[in-house]
Ligand binder design. Structure first.
Ligand SMILES: Cc1cc2nc3c(=O)[nH]c(=O)nc-3n(C[C@H](O)[C@H](O)[C@H](O)COP(=O)(O)O)c2cc1C
Length: 359
């Protein structure tokens, strides 16, 4: 038996978040798809893909490097050249023409990269600690290299790169940015006590480990307005070989981010992880949850989470890959297309823009 959503379903309620009036609480999660041009310019495929998904309350784009050295994988988009900015303009125009709202996720991969992806350069990180495992490159899977530790006096420049990328995104007509401080990439590497071994003001205590993320958020907020900046975190999530024994850093971080007046906080965590309630009590603005990789996001669970007041909105990943019209399908309780994992990372239109819509 189907159960269409009623008009008063928590998932379908409009919400004002920072600078945006959003029509519903079902947002599209950031999803790396590796189909930008070789120079990181979003192309006609991304224009079509995002426009197809404009029914999401908010689209959070795939992770996009704020600088050449921030790139983690082949064919991810960048936000640091004029050509890339032009590409984002075409994406923004197409999403807006369909009535949608889109932010670009700024992702500096840090040590989760390889010289083959970086024109021969060594990846950078808070500390010269090699990640276990392999990374995909144009020359196939390769072991993660030992990264180069960022010097203290380099950090303001890296924060400025995020700010410049945020400025370019908004100049292109993109509605804002999300800072990727999750999933083991550069900003998460600073937060995590198992990866950050610094002895300067950016390592050690929770206040110190949170410092760089706060400085980057402030730089981005100063560039485009705090009401156009969101931040994604994944406390204690072991993805990309991150280890965190001390998650108190997240209370410190979120307290500082709240003071900046940012638009939203996006948490990747199991729905019943106590950190969600803890952060809810610290963060005074829009709280967004993604329930993580374990099982695909579930409509009824997400509806309950918003209905109970645990969170204000949710993001959905794999179901948005396979269902451009996910909001409509969930509203009608219609059958869903299944995502094809083989075409998640790289390729062309197949498994990207060719998933059918209902109407
Ligand atoms: C193909 C793929 C690419 C992803 N790329 C990103 C990314 O660029 N940035 C990010 O923060 N999370 C990324 N994620 C994680 C998703 O945003 C989301 O947290 C995950 O898919 C779980 O949500 P779901 O159950 O709704 O799919 C990716 C996940 C998948 C499956």
């Amino acid at each position: 038996m189907t159960r269409p959503l009623s008009a008063d379903s928590p998932l379908l309620q409009p919400i004002t978040v920072g600078a945006w009036q959003l029509p519903n609480r079902i947002w599209m999660a950031p999803l790396t798809r590796n189909r930008a041009d070789d120079d990181g310019t979003p192309n006609a495929l991304q224009v079509e893909y995002y426009a197809q998904r404009a029914g999401a309350g908010l689209i959070v784009s795939e992770g996009s490097q704020p600088s050449a050295l921030g790139q983690g994988y082949p064919n991810t988009p960048g936000v640091h050249t004029d050509a890339q900015q032009e590409g984002w303009k075409r994406v923004a125009d197409a999403v807006h023409a369909e009535g949608g709202t889109i932010v670009t996720q700024l992702m500096h991969a840090g040590r989760i990269s390889h010289p083959d992806t970086l024109g021969g350069q060594t990846p950078v990180a808070p500390s010269a600690v090699q990640a276990a495992g392999e990374v995909f490159t144009v020359n196939g899977q390769q072991a993660f290299p030992t990264p180069r530790e960022l010097a203290t006096d380099e950090l303001p420049g890296v924060a400025q790169q995020y700010a410049d990328a945020a400025r370019r995104a908004v100049a292109a007509g993109i509605d804002g940015i999300e800072l990727h401080a999750a999933n083991g990439y550069l900003l998460h590497q600073f937060l995590a006590d198992g990866v950050n071994g610094r002895t300067d003001n950016y390592g050690g205590s929770p206040e110190n480990r949170a410092r760089f993320v706060v400085e980057v958020a402030k730089a981005a907020a100063d560039a485009i307005g705090a009401d156009r900046v969101g931040v994604r975190i994944s406390p204690a999530h072991p993805f990309n070989d991150v280890t965190e024994d001390d998650v108190s850093v997240y209370e410190t971080l979120v307290t500082r981010l709240d003071e900046l007046g940012l638009a939203y906080l996006h948490v990747l965590a199991e729905a019943d992880d106590p950190i969600v309630a803890k952060l809810r009590s610290v963060w005074t603005r829009t709280l967004v949850l993604n329930t993580g990789f374990g099982t695909e996001s579930d409509r009824d669970q997400l509806e309950d989470l918003i209905g109970s007041g645990a969170v204000d909105a949710v993001t959905v990943g794999r179901k948005f890959i396979a269902n451009p019209d996910l909001v409509q399908r969930w509203t009608d309780d219609a059958e869903l297309n299944a995502p094809d994992e083989g075409s998640f990372y790289g390729g062309g239109a197949e498994g990207y823009t060719d998933y059918p819509v209902l109407h």
